[in-house]
Design a protein around this ligand. Sequence first.
Ligand code: ATP
Ligand code: MG
Length: 296
Amino acid sequence: MSKNVIDTPLGDGGKLRLAIQKSGRLSEDSLKLLKDCGIDLRNVKDRLKTEADNFPLEIFFLRDDDIPEYVNDGVADIGIVGENVLYEKNKPVDIVEKLGFGKCRLSVAIKRSEEYSKEMLQGKRIATSYPVLVKKFLDENNIKADIHEISGSVEIAPGIGLADAVCDLVSSGSTLFMNGLKEAETILKSEAVLIQNKKLSEEKLNILNKLLFRIQSVKKAKNNKYILLNAPNDKLQEIIALLPGMKSPTVLPLATEGWSSVHSVLNENDFWDIIEQLKAHGAQGILVVPIEKMII
Ligand code: ATP
Ligand code: MG
């Protein structure tokens, strides 16, 4: 084999290797994101790894706890993992993009009958799967407490006398409630993020940039809606002022004299507010449709 072949940065076939959670709360959304990016995967079920048919990407299916380390070691080039796991594992990888799913909080919870103050945690036993993050929180607040690391079902610890409080992931709070606990203080807000190894070759960075461009287009599309409405011509200026669109709205005459059809793009956050105002200005037949991709 010539030296050239051994040294090539594309020695692994030149594909970018992405680690995602094998099965759990991030798996479905991670696969959906790839699908929305137009990436077709071969045979996803019960596999350790697979490849994309139409994009230079290889996917490894792993436990989420292992993803930061695999990306740092270079076994995978990039990964999708919750910020909670990333900060707990504390590996020197870079965050490329927040992905907007897997949202949750890491919170201290206490028995429902108790009053919360930070000081009440002094000298207490706190059960958690996140000892590093809990220690950081305690140190920052000058609290001395015992951290009991347990790997699952943390919420039952106070009930069986193993701990006085817990620090665990919460989304709705119903698991805490069912165990007689209440959320007292959030120590970290988390969502899924795309992470990358710090030393990617230029070829791999090129592929990553292509993937990132698609991810950002999908995210923008999710946050925006396409809106079509009929407007009386004498109110057109006011209605157009409410709808900036990507450049400016499209205005087409209707067959009915004195009316126009207005098309534009609306951000989800302002959505209901603007719809109210459009109606107040005489807009009719308002249609709102999802956008699949948005390239700006
Ligand atoms: P694995 O077998 O891969 O280690 P796990 O049991 O550790 O899986 P999951 O419960 O599937 O992990 O959660 C994966 C991630 O999903 C969490 O680390 C967190 O980032 C996110 N998440 C979102 N909402 C919640 C929630 N309500 N509870 C727990 N995790 C959540
Ligand atoms: Mg895990």
